[in-house]
Design a binder for this molecule. Structure first.
Ligand code: FO1
Length: 318
């Protein structure tokens, strides 16, 4: 493909987003890729700041992730967790021994007053990640899941309750006061942005927290660059996580169309191009009727080559 002039911004949650980011980092020269990570999943646990989506992106881009489990590090051991169990400690959220090293290092930095942005940039450098990786904000914006059993903090819903409660809605606590990460703001207001890719991440709990922060989505729309969104639902199923269950419980079609409708309703005019999988090609006319250009591609990213191919497709669409 012809090299893109300018910077590429990807918005990513955990596993699905990180896979596309890995493909993008293979296709783009070092430094041209900027990744905004959702921090709505972040929380305090055992006195540590947990940043699941940042870590999934960093571990994936540095080749360290446990691809079977979908989170944490490959070759992990669990001695600390077992010892904690012996102390009757909180073990519902599992931190492996190697992952704990990341968390202890981050805790030290944060308690010394270093911002989450700076900690993330330094961690990326130490792990050998060339892409710029940013938290969406240095201010906490913890996602609260409104369910038939009341409001639950995101990880209580996701891990402790295994996404079992019925979802009614979401609240991004502090989103009205939080400021967008400064380098992301600069990307939106400068001249260098070539395009935006909304990764195939959960629209409700990975992408919405970012877009609703500090007028981010309006700023992106005003950049007048292409915004390519990749559907996280293929043939009515989320490849990972509760996106399909959430669509159903919120009364939206459990298809790529449901995701496109969500983006069109909440962020009118933002998504210029919607990418869906070949198996969903029949949805193209209905999605096009929402005012988006529709492109049909292979969106399942099992092998490295499939990640690179989808990344290349997205870059060509920019
Ligand atoms: N997910 C689980 O299902 N169970 C866990 O015990 C768990 C621990 C964990 C530790 C560190 C980390 O970075 C992620 C972890 N995750 C765990 C994944 C995480 O809860 C979710 O994948 C994301 O928040 C959703 O993107």
């Amino acid at each position: 493909m012809t090299p893109l002039a300018g910077q590429v911004l990807a918005l990513s949650g955990g596993v699905g987003g990180a896979k596309l980011c890995l493909g993008l980092s293979d296709c783009l020269p070092p430094g041209q890729l900027h990744i905004a990570c959702n921090t709505g999943d972040d929380f305090q646990h055992l006195g540590l700041t947990i940043c699941p989506d940042i870590d999934t992106v960093l571990y994936t881009l540095s080749g360290r992730s446990d691809t079977a489990r979908g989170w944490g590090l490959a070759g992990e051991t669990w001695h600390v967790l077992q010892a904690l169990e012996g102390l009757d400690g909180d073990t519902w959220f599992r931190l492996g021994d190697r992952d704990l090293a990341t968390h202890l290092w981050r805790a030290g930095q944060l308690s010394a007053g270093v911002s989450l942005s700076a900690v993330t940039a330094e961690l990326a450098r130490r792990l050998g990640v060339a892409a710029h990786v940013y938290p969406m904000s240095d201010d906490p914006v913890p996602t609260q899941v409104q369910t038939d059993e009341g409001e639950l903090a995101f990880q209580a819903y996701f891990v402790r309750e295994q996404c079992r409660p019925q979802v009614r809605g979401f609240r991004f606590q502090g989103v009205d006061q939080a400021r967008l990460q400064p380098e992301l703001k600069a990307l939106c207001t400068g001249e260098s942005l070539a395009g935006v890719i909304i990764c195939p991440s959960n629209p409700f709990v990975s992408i919405d927290p970012m877009l609703q922060l500090d007028n981010f989505w309006q700023s992106l729309r005003e950049c007048a660059v292409k915004v390519v969104a990749v559907a996280p639902i293929v043939a009515g199923q989320a490849l990972k996580g509760p996106a399909a269950k959430m669509l159903a419980e919120l009364g939206l079609p459990v298809t790529a169309l449901g995701v496109a409708e969500h983006y069109a309703r909440h962020y009118p005019g933002l998504v210029t191009t919607f990418v869906l999988d070949h198996s969903d090609a029949t949805l193209a006319p209905e999605i096009a009727a929402l005012g988006m250009e529709v492109q049909v591609r292979s969106t399942i990213m099992r092998e490295r080559a499939a990640k690179q191919a989808l990344a290349n497709d997205c870059l060509e669409l920019l």
